[in-house]
Design a binder for this molecule. Structure first.
Ligand SMILES: [Zn+2]
Ligand SMILES: [Zn+2]
Length: 255
């Protein structure tokens, strides 16, 4: 993960409210296009410039080759308001043990997975187990990857509730581990759409926290009822994998 600085000099007399609004819309477009990570980034305006410091997965995530129509339009609008051009520079690496990004030519399969701490991509590669930046996927919909990001926000909200324990813990846990929950259904729909777009099988990660049989590798696949325990953990993490239903899961209490 990297931190970038996106800045623009204010060379004209501007309506500052309009500038802040348009700048905000542009940052939101960068997020929807999968080019920036996380939802809240440092942002400030002073006499001479407006600046934002977003996280990105790669050094070149903000390269214009990844810009969609809305990002390009947003850049143009803010540049017109300010009478100058944007400058983008890499500020630094977020932390030492940052996760690498998938470089596979062709992934064997993808996995839709996130957790309450993650600001990385919710798609990982089944071949190398690294993150797949959303902008590497084909165009998902006009505005970018909003539906995938909405699922991600919903999942993180549920995971936060179950981590905090006091409010809606059981409900949130069920959303995460029941195959027919609204959250799982939303996730499965995304998996099917990604498959359609990429011709790559896309697995859904189903959380598992079940005190009764969660430790047990012989628990059947919750969708087809077949045995889905794997002999050797996939990527040292997943203990269950059903290739019929395209679901992955872990033994209970693993994370
Ligand atoms: Zn890969
Ligand atoms: Zn199954």
């Amino acid at each position: 993960m990297y931190i970038q600085e996106i800045s623009i000099e204010i060379k004209k007399n501007v309506d500052r409210d309009e500038l802040v609004d348009e700048f905000g819309i542009l940052m939101s477009s960068y997020r929807k296009s999968g080019q920036t990570q996380g939802k809240i980034e440092s942002q400030y305006i002073n006499e001479h410039e407006i600046v934002c410091l977003p996280y990105t997965l790669e050094k070149d995530s903000l390269d214009e080759k990844y810009n969609n129509f809305y990002v390009t339009r947003g850049i143009k609008k803010v540049e017109e308001i300010c009478g100058s051009k944007f400058e983008i520079k890499l500020v630094g690496q977020y932390k030492d043990d940052f996760e690498p990004v998938c470089k596979c030519k062709k992934s064997e399969y993808y996995i839709l997975i996130t957790n309450y701490l993650s600001i990385s991509s919710p798609i990982t590669c089944g071949t190398c187990n690294n993150y797949v930046p959303l902008y590497r996927l084909p165009v998902y919909e006009d505005h970018g990857y909003v539906q995938i990001l909405n699922w991600e926000t919903n999942y993180i909200s549920c995971d936060s509730l179950q981590m905090n324990c006091q409010v809606g813990e059981r409900w949130a846990l069920n959303q995460m581990q029941e195959i027919a929950s609204q959250l799982s259904k939303q996730g499965f729909n995304i998996c099917r759409k990604i498959e359609e777009l990429t011709n790559t099988p896309t697995y859904y990660y189903l959380h598992n926290y079940n005190k009764r049989n969660g430790y047990n590798l012989s628990r059947p696949c919750p969708s087809c009822g077949e045995n889905w325990g794997v002999k050797e953990s996939v990527h040292d993490y997943f203990d269950f994998k059903c290739d019929n239903c395209k679901i992955l899961s872990t033994l209970s209490m693993k994370s």
